[in-house]
Design a protein around this ligand. Structure first.
Ligand SMILES: N[C@@H](CCC(=O)N[C@@H](CS)C(=O)NCC(=O)O)C(=O)O
Length: 218
């Protein structure tokens, strides 16, 4: 009998769901996974009344109710401490860049929507998106130089990787110009077995859940 449930949206489009799902899977929580179709409007009928905000991801586990991706990561870290680096200074850094992702990079999100089932090489290169990408590359470059990779804080995924995994997904889809170091990081994330599972689910999205604006972006 599962100890709770995790509600997520269509894996193909729901970048926030990927964060919650990845944290829960890395922590090994025994929860039922409920996947609901999103419409990309912020008001998906399938989510109405199912989560506190009408958004996903949303976790219920052993009496705890948790929403907002960072809160889910924090909750999961109580079960799997390696989601944050053991060193206090590295942990502060990791939390800072994870939080920077939570609140930022809006231009990138607008110009290069998440679609784990398609590739649109060369598209979406607006000035604002390129500025966001430059900042993301600076963040990644500094972390990878200090940790030696393959992930931002070393050999295991941390909360920062969880937060940036959907950004990697956007880069794989839209293929902006990236440094060799960023490309290697994207490859390392894509090769992770959990990310492979996510892409398999994205490829199996029912036809009636497909959203035209994400499949045929202008
Ligand atoms: N700040 C929230 C953002 C959640 C969010 O925006 N989720 C999107 C999924 S990508 C959603 O539920 N969208 C519903 C819709 O598209 O209708 C978090 O960190 O979890």
């Amino acid at each position: 009998m599962p100890e709770g449930r995790l509600i997520i949206g269509t894996q193909r489009y729901s970048s926030w769901s990927l964060r919650g799902w990845l944290a829960v899977r890395l922590a090994g929580l025994d929860v039922e996974e409920v996947v609901l179709p999103i419409t990309g409007t912020g008001a998906s009928p399938a989510l109405a009344g199912k989560t506190p905000t009408g958004l996903v991801p949303y976790l219920e586990h052993r009496g705890a109710r948790v929403w907002e991706s960072l809160s889910i990561i924090e909750y999961c870290a109580e079960w799997e401490a390696s989601l944050w680096p053991a060193d206090r200074t590295a942990r502060a850094w990791c939390r800072s860049i994870a939080t920077e992702m939570q609140g930022g990079f809006r231009e990138l999100r607008m110009a290069m929507p998440y679609n784990a089932g398609r590739s649109f090489p060369g598209g979406g290169r607006t000035p604002g998106a390129l500025k966001d990408i430059a900042r993301i590359e600076a963040i990644w470059g500094e972390c990878l130089a200090a940790s030696g990779g393959p992930f931002l804080f070393g050999s295991r995924l941390t909360g920062a990787d969880v937060m940036y995994a959907p950004v990697v997904g956007r880069f794989l889809t839209w293929q902006p110009e990236l440094s060799a170091g960023s490309r290697a990081y994207c490859e390392a994330i894509r090769a992770h077995p959990l990310i492979e599972l996510w892409y398999e689910a994205a490829a199996a999205t029912p036809a009636e859940w497909l959203i035209d604006k994400y499949e045929n972006p202008q």
